[in-house]
Design a protein around this ligand. Structure first.
Ligand SMILES: [Zn+2]
Length: 62
């Protein structure tokens, strides 16, 4: 079963839309990944709920 889904988020620095792969595991994930456009570090905070809905926050990691 493939639990990865693609979601669109905005970079908090340059506001470009980025497509990210989100693993649908319930609970909270937090990781940093560089923006593909401006190369600055984005802190992703992803919370996935039991019904499959997820909440993605993109924050400046500086
Ligand atoms: Zn950016």
């Amino acid at each position: 079963m493939n639990t990865e889904e693609y979601e669109f988020v905005s970079c908090p620095y340059c506001w470009e839309q980025l497509e990210i792969a989100v693993e649908r595991i319930s609970g909270r994930q937090e990781y940093t990944e560089d923006c593909h456009v401006c190369c600055r570090p984005i802190l992703f905070q992803i919370e996935t709920f039991e019904d499959g809905e997820c909440d993605i926050q993109t924050l400046m990691d500086e």
